[in-house]
Write a new protein. Structure first.
Length: 206
């Protein structure tokens, strides 16, 4: 579930925080408050739990046929996800912080539509809308002949980008950049309209 949509002329960006923790597959804010002028704080507490062993041996060995609803649960730990979105003169600052759970591979998805290329100091990649790219460091520019956004600093702590079970699929027709890390983490991503800046080269730090 995208928690943020950003239009920049002829291109669009949808942003998502996703992973797998108990039955949770993506950040779905249940609280929102204004932190300051032009800045909002969104948060969610993901309640964790695990099944305890059956009190008595079940009559079947197939897990799907067992009466799992009758099992006791061990509650916790809980994962806390906090997101701050701040408007700037030429874009947005988005801070994502996770806490409470150690070592879960989560990701920040940036799905771009209306873009024709991705470029940074390491690569220039033509885009068709089917790409799934983990950018491991630095700043990256995505755009077309008319409009462009620069995002970063990027990070790539793992390659687990495919959703599992009932996770939402990749947005059709979108070129998706993944920023990945293990929980807990605290990252701020800057999203800048290149055309509103000084016209620097692709991948240049805003």
């Amino acid at each position: 579930m995208n928690f943020l949509y950003f239009h920049n002329g002829t291109m669009k960006l949808g942003m998502k925080v996703a992973g797998s923790f108990c039955e949770h597959r993506a950040f779905k804010s249940d609280r929102m408050e204004r932190a300051s002028w032009g800045e909002y704080h969104l948060s969610q507490t993901m309640r964790g739990w695990y099944y305890l062993p059956f009190a008595q041996k079940p009559p079947v060995s197939d897990w799907r046929r067992m009466d799992n609803a009758s099992r006791d649960k061990l509650m916790g730990p809980d994962m806390q996800v906090d997101v701050w979105v701040k408007e700037t003169e030429d874009g947005l600052d988005v801070r994502v912080k996770t806490s409470g759970v150690e070592g879960a591979p989560w990701r920040i998805e940036l799905a771009f539509t209306g873009v024709e290329f991705l470029t940074n100091e390491y690569v220039h990649l033509p885009l068709t809308g089917s790409e799934a790219v983990v950018v491991k460091q630095g700043y990256t520019e995505l755009g077309n002949e008319r409009d462009a956004l620069i995002v970063g600093p990027c990070f790539g702590g793992h390659r687990f980008i495919q959703g599992k079970e009932d996770s939402e699929a990749k947005i059709p027709g979108a070129a998706t950049v993944y920023l990945t890390d293990y929980t807990p983490f605290d990252h701020e991503i800057r999203i800048r309209d290149k055309m509103a800046g000084n016209g620097g080269t692709g991948g240049e730090k805003p």
